[in-house]
Design a protein around this ligand. Sequence first.
Ligand code: LLP
Length: 415
Amino acid sequence: MNLFGYREGTFWCESVPIPQIAEKVGTPFYLYSKNTLLRHYQRLDESLAGIDHIICYALKANPSLSVCKVLADAGSGAEIVSGGELYRALRVGVSPGKIVYNGNGKTAPEIRYALESGILMFNVDSESELHLLNQIANELGCTAHVGLRVNPDIDPRTHPYISTGLRENKFGIPIEEALEFYRKANAMPNVKVVGIHKHIGSQIVDLSPFVESLQRIMLLVKELSRIGVHLRCIDMGGGIGITYNEETPPSFEDYVSAIKPLIKDSGCMLIVEPGRVIVGNAGVLITRVVHVKASGNKNFVVVDAAMNDLIRPSIYGAYHNIVPVEQSANCRATIVADVVGGICESADFFARGREVPELKAGELVAIMSAGAYGAAMASNYNSRPLIAEVMVDGSQTMIIRRRQTYEEMVSLESF
Ligand code: LLP
């Protein structure tokens, strides 16, 4: 479900041919479709109609101010994990009452900033954090609204680096210890227990881990209410997967139908924290082939983007479809090639041993499904300036972040 596609052999984003944008901004650049983004948000929101809910967009997937603003204007809340993400969310007008703060490493200044901003809920990850939160709330003369991040010990059957709800992962409080933890939190003077949080991982394409983990959480919610702790929010976390290649993730309707029966009599509001499923397929990375070389018995297609721009293939071995921006008039031959960047690391690749059309130096290619954890994870490695980001809305093109200059790249440094 996205608004990228070929028209008469040229790849377009909504109503704009991509070569026209490349001409204007140069390559490489990230390209987002505003109406795909909005459609994903609205479809999820519609699926949740009938349940008291807040969608808290996970800024880590793509923290671009423009992306966040589009979602904030549509009514989205924010899931944040740092002071920087809080700053971005507030900057684009997300209501503090729709912001949930997650993460296992919240620092005192970050906690102070979030308390002063009046956010909806802190999802606490450890006893140490709970004490710090209580102490800072006391200093500020306020009450911190908290949920506890519970680790339900469920295998989300995704890449180990993005699994978070197994006992051995660093996140949350083991579910068996949660009751005791809630008791302690409930007795703290500057903390008010309002919710429960779980997040079992990302790029999850089966429904069952979501359902099983929620079942475990709901048993705890019942036990809590027996001891007089009545929660107001159940936070499901994020994690809904998308199609990169041939995965068939659950539809929003299937996701909601599976979880609705479990929460419907709880009297609680539902919070969801989607990132990838909102923005992943609303963005692509446009890059130009700079060299094609045959070396030994291998073909290498070298492009002007690199692992510093999109690191997912290097870290997770992630698959991103790669398509030419101009389809040739005649059917092209295919070759098996590695599509690589120009960084001095062998891990700098976008595809390995992939069958691709025979690409020529100078032509544009689109690396698909790059809207989530793409620009968000970019760096200046090899002193490559951060690339531009562009958003298309119908026939309008907006540069939402211009390319960094060399001067800007070194501007925080002194010698
Ligand atoms: N909530 C929490 C507490 C999270 O840790 C995350 C993602 C989300 C929500 C959003 O999850 P999503 O809906 O996007 O799956 N860099 C990796 C993904 C890391 C995900 C980290 N946490 C990647 O490129 O695949």
